[in-house]
Design a protein around this ligand. Structure first.
Ligand SMILES: Cc1cc2nc3c(=O)[nH]c(=O)nc-3n(C[C@H](O)[C@H](O)[C@H](O)COP(=O)(O)O)c2cc1C
Length: 207
């Protein structure tokens, strides 16, 4: 296949992007409504944007002409938590993407326990191995439909002690859940460890 993006339909473009930009990490976001309902939803258009300060970004599409509950809550309350799910949590992550009314808590429906956050109002999930408490930093609208890139500043890191070694996250212990094309998920797979790249460009192995 070799095609100009301009002649492809919205659906075709979507399938290519979500099929080729893989695997994606998942921000499993808890946010609080003005009425105090804890919303939970997964977002795989998720990455870090900066380390100084620690900024992360999540792209939240629009729902019709309005905002998804997560985007609305973050706009209303100014904070949220990115929960990091491991492979064992694939089912609740998937089920939490269902569209419930604004006053329904996916966390409660799925029977997921919550823990109060320290620096933000939105609580975090008890079942996850790591969570990032985030304050709202800015939002940037992209594209014809105004997809919202929500930028959050990490205010507190929660990581289970057994996942860390000298401050580094041991990914093989974290076993993060990833999103791939369609309603499919993946685990970590095989891990390849190479020597750090030498700054003078030389290397001791053949390609
Ligand atoms: C694994 C997974 C990843 C998703 N990633 C995104 C995403 O990056 N952006 C988005 O707008 N919706 C994404 N969705 C869909 C939202 O989770 C879904 O629209 C959800 O109902 C939003 O919930 P809310 O209205 O409570 O915020 C994803 C769904 C799943 C299952």
């Amino acid at each position: 296949m070799d095609s100009s993006a301009e002649v492809l339909s919205v659906d075709e473009v979507y399938k290519l992007l979500i099929g080729l930009i893989v695997p994606r990490p998942i921000a499993w976001v808890t946010s609080l409504s003005l009425k105090g309902v804890v919303n939970l939803a997964p977002f795989s258009a998720f990455t870090y944007l900066s380390t100084e300060p620690p900024l992360i970004g999540i792209s939240v599409m629009r729902r019709g002409d309005g905002l998804k509950d997560t985007a609305q809550n973050i706009a209303d309350r100014g904070d949220f938590v990115v929960n990091i799910a491991d492979e064992t949590l694939v089912r609740p992550v998937h089920l939490s993407a269902a569209e419930y009314p604004h006053d329904v808590s996916e966390a409660e429906l799925l029977g997921l326990g919550l823990v109060p956050s320290v620096d933000v109002a939105a609580p975090r999930l008890a079942c996850v191995p790591a969570a990032l408490e985030c304050g709202f930093e800015q939002v940037i609208a992209f594209g014809d439909r105004g997809a919202q890139l929500i930028v959050g500043r990490v205010r507190r890191f929660h990581v289970r002690d057994e996942l860390l070694d000298g401050g580094k996250v041991m990914t093989e212990r974290l076993r993060p859940l990833c999103r791939i094309a369609g309603p499919k998920y993946a685990g970590l797979g095989e891990v390849h460890t190479l020597e750090p790249v030498r700054q003078d460009g030389s290397h001791s192995y053949s390609t």
